[in-house]
Design a protein around this ligand. Structure first.
Ligand code: FES
Length: 124
């Protein structure tokens, strides 16, 4: 049996939406200060400010990579203003595994980066 659940293993081995966009509307990158792992999230928006495509890149642990993969799948098609309010619990539930408190920051790193990037964009 693996340390992590099947969903985490699968998304970590075959991350969805890994890569960069040529000309993203939103790009934000940040680091988990606890470990130094880094993730960049890029979004392209439709003309009515809905998320069209989301991509991510970074040096990430298994949990953070799976969370980034799942998050970029889940936010496609939603209004960008709502992405800033994406619930933490929804992302944690999507991982389908018990995330120990010490690893919670790993799971939520991409969401922190998404929120910061969207907040900056909303203030522009
Ligand atoms: Fe660094 Fe998970 S150990 S984000």
């Amino acid at each position: 049996m693996s340390v992590y659940g099947d969903t985490i293993q699968e998304h970590s081995r075959n991350p969805r939406n890994y890569g960069a966009l040529e000309d993203p509307d939103i790009r934000h990158e940040d680091v988990n200060p606890l470990c130094g792992d880094r993730v960049r999230i890029e979004l392209s928006l439709t003309s009515d400010d809905t998320i069209d495509v989301a991509r991510f890149q970074g040096d990430l642990c298994v949990i953070a990579k799976a969370a980034s993969s799942l998050l970029t799948e889940m936010i496609a098609g939603i209004p960008v203003s709502r992405a800033a309010e994406f619930p933490e619990q929804r992302l944690l539930d999507a991982l389908q595994a018990e995330i120990q408190p010490a690893r919670r920051r790993c799971a939520l790193l991409p969401l922190e980066v998404l929120r910061s990037g969207v907040s900056e964009w909303l203030r522009r």
